[in-house]
Write a protein of this length. Structure first.
Length: 210
């Protein structure tokens, strides 16, 4: 396919009904700017609330690879606001660089939702994990596995909002258990985007507003 915006040619599994194609880089560009701006400015300690503020921006689409950065970025902002010892600006830069490498559609084609992988990247950043690390390497992989397990238990088809909420919820719990940083969570996560998702599970989704 050839991207209708930048002209890049690459292989893709999807295009619109008229045959047009937009690459992941162009798709997420404006959304990534929103994610970084809100995460740098917010004082919220609840990453779900941070994501819900981000999701209201018109450049954050119902589905898309921007969620692969959003999950980890919201966690980094909340972690920082709860006393986590990180340079937020630098951490967000790492999150954007790493999360942007996760292609759209990996949840179905690779068997690992990008939002779940994003929580593993979050854990890697805050613990300083590398391929040669010990405990932090294990924590990062366990974080991804825990998020993917929770996402898989709900089942498909994919919903970037549902999967991101689920992954981040698990990351908050694990950060409290393993890192001693108590980020906040809402009493109940409520999704307001079901009307935009043709494949919404509705009553089978734990976040369905009804």
């Amino acid at each position: 396919m050839t991207c209708a915006l930048c002209g890049r040619k690459e292989k893709s599994h999807a295009a619109c009904q008229a045959g047009h194609y937009v690459c992941d880089t162009c798709h997420e560009k404006k959304g990534l700017e929103t994610i970084r701006r809100i995460c740098m400015e917010t004082s919220l300690r609840d990453p779900i609330a941070i994501m819900q503020a981000v999701m209201e921006d018109p450049f954050i689409y119902m589905h898309g690879p921007e969620h692969h950065v959003m999950a980890g970025a919201a966690l980094l902002a909340a972690y920082h606001n709860c006393g986590g010892q990180i340079c937020l600006e630098e951490a967000l830069g790492q999150m954007e660089e790493r999360g942007s490498q996760i292609p759209g559609g990996v949840c179905g084609f690779w068997g690992c939702c990008g939002a779940g992988v994003s929580t593993g990247i979050f854990m890697s950043i805050v613990t300083g994990a590398t391929p040669l690390a010990g405990k932090s390497w294990g924590l990062s992989n366990r974080m991804t596995a825990r998020a993917l397990e929770a996402i898989g238990e709900i089942g498909g088809p994919r919903c970037c909002k549902r999967d991101t909420f689920t992954a981040v919820r698990e990351a908050v719990r694990m950060a409290g258990e393993e890192l001693g940083v108590g980020m906040e969570l809402p009493e109940r996560i409520v999704c307001t985007f079901s009307g935009e998702n043709r494949q919404c599970l509705r009553g089978k989704c734990p976040y369905y507003q009804g």
